[in-house]
Design a binder for this molecule. Structure first.
Ligand code: ARG
Length: 424
């Protein structure tokens, strides 16, 4: 190990944290941004170790993977694997979330939380393939992402260690930029390197989050420059648009009559929603590490697909199923938010989700208009719905209205007795 003033030899707390002397080759989860670029050099210098990079494409818009790879190699990486994991992400991670109507804290569709276990699983695969002993990531010590990544690595690969230099190197943004400049890391290409720090962004095909800057001031209303995905509703088209989402067994399969593969369907729905200002969430969130933080989310595909799915599921479910499932949905979202993707309770819950979704087939029409996505039409062969029973038009039909008083008397029996006991 070379002498480096930025190197900290803090004692290790957890069994899976790497002993610096034993890091020989690290697999770095590389995004091409400032933190992970500095890390790429820093690991080579202060650990005297080799670095193999992995960059995962989960459908984050506007990335040039050739450029990222070129930069990694230029900064001394032995190799930089670029993996297109969109298909796996959509099928194995987003789809279960749709079936579980997954929203954490009532508003966050979990796109980052869903992506991390997959990214970390791929890191394990590539670390093993390329003879790495350690996985390095760029998460800070204040967020949920460190939990999700380290839980995954420690679960799937007990033989691998992890390092999280940003958590320990005690460099602020200015110091990182100075480090980058003095180590030949191209800073010009780093967004916001000149002037104020950029928002902290994370995105994939299921949504985009922004944190930092004025977002930390709870009394500050969103500034428009944060919205890089969704059109601010006031600037959305004056014409409403209706989209139809068809589901088969809980899986969205067609958009307005056109059958599409899942990744393309999600991307197309996202575009439509983004155009109409749909999917903006200004969210205060209870992080797993104790902090309460504000996030600005743009998740147009999730807003539309989760809304449509939930509507269809309620149409085909009984009152009892519909009362029960949201409790499990909530537990599912909490587990995934908390980084416990590999916890057996999640697969137990998924078995229930699968079972319920066997009947979730049909089509939901959603009207998109200036930030709103409102369900306007529904149809399903499995709907527990009979228009002739529900109708106000006929006086009775097959619904035995005269049986209602008896029902009401028995149904309310205990409640009435208790009320009298407590109030008379
Ligand atoms: N608050 C969200 C979560 O915990 C989004 C985090 C975004 N991550 C990031 N590194 N910027 O899942």
């Amino acid at each position: 190990m070379s002498e480096d003033p930025t190197h900290t030899s803090a004692p290790r707390t957890a069994s899976y944290e790497a002993d610096p002397a034993e890091v020989h080759r690290a697999l770095l989860l590389y995004s091409g941004g400032l933190d992970t670029s500095v890390m790429l050099k820093w690991i080579q210098d202060s650990y005297d170790a080799e670095v193999v990079c992995l960059t995962v494409n989960l459908g984050q818009p506007g990335e040039d993977y050739e450029v990222i790879k070129g930069k990694a190699l230029e900064l001394g990486a032995l190799d930089c694997h670029v993996v297109d994991a969109r298909e796996e992400f959509a099928r194995e991670y987003v789809l279960p979330a749709i079936k579980a109507n997954a929203l954490y804290g009532g508003g966050y569709p979990l796109f980052t939380a869903l992506g991390r276990p997959l990214i970390a699983k791929l890191a394990v695969d590539y670390a093993r393939k390329s003879g790495c002993d350690t996985i390095a990531h760029g998460c800070t010590g204040k967020g949920n992402d460190q939990v999700r990544i380290e839980v995954t690595v420690a679960t799937l690969a007990p033989e691998l260690k992890t390092i999280a230099p940003v958590r320990s190197w005690q460099m602020g943004r200015e110091e990182e930029i100075a480090y980058a400049r003095s180590h030949g890391i191209p800073v010009k290409s780093i967004q916001g390197a000149e002037g104020q720090a950029p928002y902290s962004i994370d995105d994939n095909l299921w949504g985009r989050s922004s944190e930092g800057r004025w977002i930390e001031d709870l009394s500050h209303a969103p500034e428009d420059d944060v919205f890089q995905l969704v059109t601010p509703p006031e600037r959305a088209p004056d014409e409403a648009e209706i989209v139809e989402i068809e589901f088969e067994r809980g899986v969205p399969v067609a958009l307005s009559g056109e059958r599409l593969e899942l990744v393309e369907l999600i991307e197309r729905v996202a575009e439509l929603g983004a155009c109409h200002g749909v999917g903006i969430v200004d969210h205060i969130e209870d992080r797993i590490v104790g902090l309460k933080v504000r996030d600005i989310y743009e998740a147009p595909a999730a807003a539309i697909l989760l809304g449509a799915h939930q509507e269809l599921e309620q149409l085909v479910g009984t009152i009892h199923q519909n009362q029960f499932k949201p409790q499990l949905d909530r537990q599912w979202a909490y587990l995934v938010y908390a980084g416990l993707w590999w916890e057996p309770l999640r697969s137990d819950l998924d078995a229930y989700m699968e079972r319920v979704n066997e009947l979730v087939s049909g089509t939901i029409g959603i009207k998109l208009y200036k930030g709103q996505a409102r369900v306007v039409t529904r149809s399903s062969p499995n709907a527990v719905y009979d228009a002739s029973l529900a109708s106000f038009a006929e006086s009775g039909g097959l619904f035995p209205q005269t049986a209602s008083p008896g029902f009401i008397e028995l149904f309310s029996l205990q409640s009435r007795m208790a009320w009298r006991l407590h109030n008379e």
